[in-house]
Design a protein around this ligand. Structure first.
Ligand SMILES: Nc1ncnc2c1ncn2[C@@H]1O[C@H](COP(=O)(O)OP(=O)(O)OP(=O)(O)O)[C@@H](O)[C@H]1O
Ligand SMILES: [Mg+2]
Length: 331
């Protein structure tokens, strides 16, 4: 069942130097039990996408100027702030990119997990505390009983991050959005948490959006991958075929940056050129200044999305869209 549908999303922010448009033409769906990975270089609009779904843009001097966000068949953009609050943190839970911002320094870590649990379940305080310690253990927190009683400033970055993940999981949401949730963690713990996300989504029939720089995480965890570049969606489809036969030159470049077994780091091919800033998105296809397959049309005309098959889409002039199809525009 389609849990979330984001359609042709466009976002603007007011800044001191005028309006910027960090997102345009972003669209995807997430089903219950499905994990969508969003990957892209820094500044490509991954966190803004999460903030838009969470309805947090108005607090960040921003707004959605085009498109729709449907969650459980409700049009989120038409909700009042009060109605949004009932969904935010309940039906849709965000593990934010910076875990420090979501922990309250005056409460012990465990108490913050328990508070969430008590809000969303009818567990007694004692049972909720037991459940919180269980979840902390399953996240690989050593001495979970002790950590439970510690204040955020007593915890390492990695432990704080895991407390925030525990809070996100305990909210018992329908959709979990995790924004780079494993960056502060070492590789072993990261693998453990990825496994836990996989189990949880299956057991709870949860939809999940995993935002990451790490194509390895996408390969291990996700069903579908959405590749973002400069505020727009370049390619989307099931992970296996996209990794095997990437269509977009940008996806191809990203994948060629993954080290193969036995490869030395300095053999790695980095994508030449820089990611453009939100004020200087180029005309035409935003990737054209870096694209090895650039054609004249790419410099002036923004490409529309083309269906590769019924599950995959690509936004590139190499793949002309069928005439008459519905297109998401970026520009
Ligand atoms: N509140 C804001 N006001 C103005 N511009 C913003 C705001 N938040 C984000 N931006 C801009 O929007 C663009 C997209 O930012 P976003 O945080 O979504 O990138 P990201 O893909 O999450 O990057 P990273 O991988 O570094 O987390 C950036 O150019 C950023 O500077
Ligand atoms: Mg981000």
């Amino acid at each position: 069942m389609t849990l979330l549908a984001v359609e042709n999303l466009q976002v603007e922010f007011d800044t001191r130097d005028g309006v910027v448009r960090p997102l345009s033409g972003v669209g995807f769906t997430v089903d219950s039990g499905q994990i969508l990975g969003i990957v892209g270089e820094t500044g490509s609009g991954k966190s803004v996408t999460a903030q838009a779904i969470m309805g947090l843009l108005p607090f960040l001097n921003g707004r959605v100027t085009q498109g729709r966000i449907l969650f459980e068949d409700r049009d989120l953009l038409s909700l009042s702030e009060t109605d949004y609050q009932a969904i935010r943190g309940n039906r849709i839970s965000l593990i934010p990119q910076n875990p420090m911002t979501s922990l309250d320094p005056v409460y012990r870590g465990g108490a913050q997990i328990v508070e969430g649990l008590r809000l969303h379940t009818d567990l007694s305080r004692t049972r909720a505390a037991e459940r919180a310690v269980d979840v902390m253990r399953s996240l690989g927190i050593p001495n979970a009983g002790k950590v439970f009683h510690q204040y955020p400033h007593q915890l390492s970055g990695g432990l704080k991050q895991r407390i925030v993940i525990a809070m996100g999981l305990c909210a018992d949401p329908g959709l979990l959005i995790a924004d780079e949730p494993t960056t502060a963690l070492d590789v072993t713990v990261q693998a453990q948490i990825i496994e836990l996300f996989r189990q949880t989504t299956r057991e709870m029939n949860l939809g999940m959006i995993m935002i990451t720089h790490d194509l390895g995480v996408i390969a291990h965890l996700c069903d579908t991958v959405a590749v973002m570049y400069a505020g727009t969606l370049m390619e989307i489809g099931p992970v296996k075929p996209v990794f095997q036969y990437p269509r977009h030159p940008y996806t191809q470049a990203l994948l060629s940056c993954i080290p193969a077994m036995g490869m030395r780091e300095d053999d790695l091919e980095a994508i030449p050129g820089n990611v453009p800033g939100v004020r200087t998105y180029p005309d035409g296809c935003r990737y054209h200044p870096r694209c090895p397959e650039v054609m004249a049309v790419c410099r002036t005309v923004p490409p529309k999305t083309a269906a590769v098959d019924d599950q995959s889409r690509v936004r590139c002039h190499l793949y002309p869209p069928d005439r008459g199809a519905v297109h998401e525009t970026a520009g």
